[in-house]
Write a protein that binds this ligand. Structure first.
Ligand code: NDP
Length: 300
C-alpha cells in the first residue's frame, strides 16, 4: 500500500513509518517543512493526494503537555488548529481524489473520556466536558468523511505513548530517566494511567490500515489498566532507582508547573480498556508495563 502520514515526522509517526516500510508499504509524510519523501500541507492543499495513495493517516498535532506552558488562548488555538485544520484538509483531499484511498486513520486521545476513579471506558464510553474532551471530540469530528465517500474511517484514541525516543519519557521524564534519583508518584498516585508502548500504537494503526474489516473507534491503550503509582513503581524498577520509601509530588507543585488545567491531565485519569481493539484481533507486543519499561530503560 502507499500510505500518506500527516505529522509522520513525530514520535509515533517515525515508529509507524518504520513498521509500515518493514512490511513493504510505501510511506510519504506530510509536514510543515519540505524534504525527501515529504510533502508539505500546502502541496496537499494545491495538488491533492499523491497518485496511488491507498491509505491516509493523520498524526499531526502540537504537543499537549509542556512544562511551564500555560493554556492561554494562543496555545489553545495552536492545539486546536494543528489537529482540526490538518484533518479537514485531508478530508477535502480524500473527498476530491479520483480514486479515494481505502482507509483514513486519525488519532485522538483518551482525554475524550471524563476522568473518573470508578468508571471503566470501552470505545462506547461517554465524552467528557472539560477542554481536553471537547478538543478530542472536535478533532474526531474534523475527520468525518462525507457519506458518499467509500473510504473506511478508523479513529484510534491513544493513551500516553511510552517509548525511549519521544513522548512523555523524552519530554517530561528525561531527568528521572538519566539520574540516580527515583521518579516520584504524582499526587495520590491512585489516578488511572492509560498507557501504550509506541510499538503497539504503531501496530494498532497498521492493523487498522491492513485489515479490511476494521472501522470505527479503537482504544489505543494496553490491555492491563494501571494507576500512576503502578507506573512509577515499574519505571523505578526498570531504571533500577534507589527507593526512599513512598514519596510523591504534591498536587500544588504540579499546578504551579503546568497550571491547573494542564495539571489535571496528570492528577486525574481514566480507566480505559481496548475492548474493540482486542475483538479486532490485535495482538500486543508489550501488554505489560514491566516488560514495556524494561525495553525502554535498556535504550538509555
Ligand atoms: P509529536 O509531537 O512527536 O509529533 C507530532 C507531529 O505533528 C510533529 O512531528 C509535527 O510535524 C506536527 N505538528 C506539531 N505542531 C504542529 C502544528 N502547530 N501544526 C501542524 N503540525 C504540527 O507527537 P506524537 O508523535 O507523540 O503524537 C502524534 C499524535 O498523537 C499527536 O496528534 C498527539 O496529540 C497524539 N497523541 C499522542 C500521545 C502521546 O503520548 N505521544 C497520546 C495521545 C495522543 P512537522 O514538524 O513535520 O510539521
Amino acid at each position: 500500500m502507499s500510505v500518506l502520514i500527516g505529522g509522520g515526522t513525530g514520535f509515533v509517526g517515525r515508529h509507524l513509518s518504520k513498521m509500515l516500510r518493514e512490511k513493504g508499504h510505501r510511506v510519504i509524510v506530510v509536514s510543515r517543512t519540505a524534504g525527501k519523501e515529504k510533502l508539505t500541507w500546502d502541496d496537499v492543499k494545491k495538488n491533492g493526494l499523491p497518485s496511488g495513495c491507498t491509505a491516509v493517516v493523520n498524526l499531526a498535532g502540537r504537543l499537549i503537555l509542556e512544562p511551564f506552558k500555560r493554556l492561554d488562548e494562543k496555545y489553545l488555538k495552536e492545539l486546536h488548529d494543528s489537529r482540526i485544520d490538518t484533518s479537514k484538509l485531508l478530508v477535502s483531499a480524500i473527498t476530491s481524489a479520483n480514486v479515494p484511498p481505502k482507509v483514513f486513520v486519525t488519532i485522538s486521545g483518551v482525554g475524550y473520556y471524563p476522568p473518573s476513579p470508578t468508571a471503566t471506558y470501552t470505545e462506547d464510553g461517554v465524552n467528557g466536558s472539560d477542554w481536553l474532551a471537547k478538543l478530542a471530540k472536535e478533532w474526531e469530528a474534523a475527520g468525518v468523511l462525507p457519506e458518499h465517500v467509500t473510504t473506511r474511517r478508523v479513529i484510534v484514541r491513544s493513551g500516553v505513548v511510552l517509548g525511549a525516543d519521544g513522548g512523555m519519557i523524552k519530554t517530561l521524564l528525561p531527568v528521572p530517566a538519566a539520574v540516580y534519583l527515583p521518579m516520584l508518584q504524582l499526587g495520590s498516585g491512585k489516578q488511572w494511567f492509560p498507557w501504550i508502548h509506541v510499538k503497539d500504537i504503531a501496530g494498532i494503526i497498521t492493523h487498522a490500515i491492513e485489515k479490511e474489516h476494521m472501522k470505527g473507534v479503537l482504544n489505543g491503550v494496553a490491555p492491563h489498566a494501571i494507576n500512576n503509582k503502578d507506573f512509577t513503581e515499574a519505571f523505578n524498577k526498570a531504571f533500577k532507582k534507589m527507593s526512599y520509601g513512598p514519596m510523591f509530588v504534591p498536587a500544588f507543585t504540579l499546578n504551579m508547573v503546568y497550571g491547573s488545567e494542564m495539571a489535571k491531565i496528570v492528577l486525574e485519569g481514566q480507566k480505559v480498556v481496548p475492548e474493540r481493539t482486542l475483538e479486532a484481533g490485535y495482538e500486543y507486543f508489550y501488554p505489560s508495563i514491566n516488560d514495556s519499561m524494561k525495553e525502554i530503560s535498556a535504550k538509555f
